[in-house]
Write a protein that binds this ligand. Sequence first.
Ligand code: ASP
Ligand code: MG
Length: 476
Amino acid sequence: MTLVIMKFGGSCLKDKKAFEKIAEITNIYKYSKKIYVASALKGVTDMLIKAAHNVKNKKDVDKNIALIEKKHLDMIEEIFDQETEHYSNCKDWIDKKMSELEDCIADIEEFGLEPYYIDYISGFGEILSTYILNQYLESQGFDSVFISANNIIITNDNFNNAYPLYKLTNARIKQHIVPLLDNPKEDTIFCITGFIGRNKIGYTTTLGRGGSDYTATILARSFYDECTDKDIKIILWKDVDGLLSINPKYVSDSILIKNLDYAEAKQIANFGAKVLHPKCLEAIEERKIPLEIRNFDKPLEKDNYTIISEITNKDQIKGISAIEDATVITIISGSMVDVPGVLGKIFEVMGKNKISVSFVAQSSSEISTSFVINGFDTEKATNALNNEEFFSEFYHINWEPISIINITGLKVLDNKTKSDIFSALAKKNVNVKGISQSNDELNLSLLVNKDKLLDGINIVYDDLCEEFENEKCSDK
Ligand code: ASP
Ligand code: MG
């Protein structure tokens, strides 16, 4: 029997109709075993984080907390009859959790905002929403249990952006859930909180913003390892049909990517297609667990959705994406050519300052090295480099605002495709100021001036139309 792990984001929990849709989906998948992962109600995580940062402003925090409480109370009033046990269970749960939250706010006031408080606080959204989902399913006659992932997913200590420790997580899954799942008589839905885990000491950790998708894939991987039946798939229910070839804000005829493999998906997710959390693929790639991205409003859709699996069409470009606001820093050497360790030093400075580097290029002459960082890190990065004697003495440091066009798909490994891309860009006078594609990598990154980004994306998308899975292309 297939085990389906479904993730429901905030937009799938927005009102009574949405909850009814989840019940409908539950019926559609009645012949599968089901694990549901839920995110917080929309906006709640932001409000929680704001409260944590704002404890000094008592009035503001109280207002925020009251709002969070009201949001959940309104929701349970909408979806349950107030006479029912489900309503009163939820009401009690909300009361209890709100008071834990208030205790934590008081602790922050007393001890200051340590990193673990933020994780602890920001996880409340999922603890509230998932419990409500669990009670809703029960109210509809399904058998459901609520499980807080901070009993199940064990992570490292990297608060705010924790990484799962799979061996320990697998052991928990094996101990707590697999026996229930393996029992063929039970038809229980497991409602598990997204986003959160715990470290070995027991402190709540979180998996990074938008991390509930990641929770679904971490669970899938652990179930794959621990269950005898490996027939597992993941469905992420979203408010769009799936991954698009290009952000519709850039072009009017963006198309749905129906099939792509893990490596392609990893690239697409990394480049800001907010639909999928980039870390998800890492968890499922090796085990080849399929992942579907489906439109929550069309649960019966047969054709138009995205499936990430081993199957892909190698003759296609899958997507184009852009990083709009970036900065390219170029370090130019006068005399220090062929000196080992220069790159090491550059990245050490970036790493020490927690600046993420997204693009690197150095031609083999080694005279200059360019790398790209987020626009908002520019000052931090340039100051850090200038403060290092090694760089200020022997190197020139230039920087320039820039945008990046990323073209992704196995097809970009072909020379012909690259030649077509450059011819297209030349037509619109889009000057390519830097290129990067690591060996065998199915993503080509091009640096262009910010004011040429839109032209660049559009001309590549139009001119290479046939390389996408685009049926409309022939009438262009
Ligand atoms: N609620 C968390 C966030 O807003 C996790 C998620 O939505 O996936 O980041
Ligand atoms: Mg139950």
